[in-house]
Design a protein around this ligand. Sequence first.
Ligand code: ADP
Ligand code: C5P
Ligand code: MG
Length: 190
Amino acid sequence: LKDKKVTVVFVLGGPGSGKGTQCANIVKNFGFTHLSAGDLLRAEIKSGSENGTMIQNMIKEGKIVPSEVTIKLLQRAILENGNDKFLIDGFPRNEENRAAFESVTGIEPEFVLFFDCPEEEMERRLLGRNEGREDDNIETIRKRFKVYMESSLPVVDYYSAKGKVRKISASRPVDEVFEAVKAVFTSLVD
Ligand code: ADP
Ligand code: C5P
Ligand code: MG
């Protein structure tokens, strides 16, 4: 992967902040490929891989899967794809994710798109999502919020100190959020 020249944007924000929804819009308008770490992990469970049961248990508990596993999936997805522009959604989720991805791939994000949303709103959205996810129940949601505050927000702070965070207020209708997102991507000259 160190030989493939790629542009990467990390898309971060709490569970239910609208990362997947906005990524779909970015793909349509700006030619990126969307890679959701959570989606890749769920696909790995479905594929019947030897790690499947471990991943399933961790997702059910809202815990962060060891970086090694997630990075392998991301790496494979990037290499398999002909595109050179990627949105990496829901990753890095903790300091271990961040440091390991950087040392394994050598990739530094162009910037970090950060969706800022109050917890009550995220909770409402997750409970209404209806995708049959095993982690969209109130017990697991509470655990995910705790992990987000304790482990994921520090990663946002890390990139913030480097001037790399583009913060979007996400507690507005989808179209309004996307207007703000567009402004960020339009200023990305390539
Ligand atoms: P994430 O990927 O960050 O967990 P999703 O994009 O899956 O979040 O959105 C979570 C739920 O909230 C979905 O049901 C989605 O349709 C809905 N949603 C996303 N953005 C908004 C928004 N701006 N306003 C209201 N509902 C939203
Ligand atoms: O981003 P998403 O909400 O789809 O993530 C669902 C779950 O997948 C997380 O709560 C976590 O258990 C797992 N995950 C992970 N490491 C990541 C991203 C997701 O362990 N980087
Ligand atoms: Mg998502």
